[in-house]
Design a protein around this ligand. Sequence first.
Ligand code: ATP
Ligand code: MG
Length: 124
Amino acid sequence: MAEQLLTVPEVAERLRITPETVRRWLRVGKLHGILLGGDKMGYRIAETEVMRLVGAPVAPTIREVVIAIAHQKGGVGKSTSTALLAAEIAELRPEWSVLVEDLDPYRHLTERWPGETASGYQSR
Ligand SMILES: Nc1ncnc2c1ncn2[C@@H]1O[C@H](COP(=O)(O)OP(=O)(O)OP(=O)(O)O)[C@@H](O)[C@H]1O
Ligand SMILES: [Mg+2]
């Protein structure tokens, strides 16, 4: 697989440091990167280089997770599981926005949470 190249802001985000620190580390040789010219100006740092520095794989920050619950059979707990899972995630991660999308024409989940509620649930 091709080596993943990261920009300075991407490395900063993964290491939870500022882009200025990343640039300083590049200048002093603590981190190795390649300086691109032309349209794509700026440093590119290999993902393996970032891993070498921290001694462990560095996962990208999770921005969005989509969970789909589907089954061809009726009445097997799809809606119940969706509602409980959404409520549990919202409870465990109050800083996250949880969006529940009900694709069922009966709209039972939508009726359960009409509109946006104060607890951060959204339905549509
Ligand atoms: N884990 C569970 N244990 C016992 N009963 C459950 C469980 N999950 C759901 N049920 C019950 O099973 C019934 C069907 O559940 P639910 O409406 O979530 O299924 P569904 O797959 O969304 O159905 P539909 O295909 O009609 O949309 C409901 O009465 C629900 O309360
Ligand atoms: Mg259902």
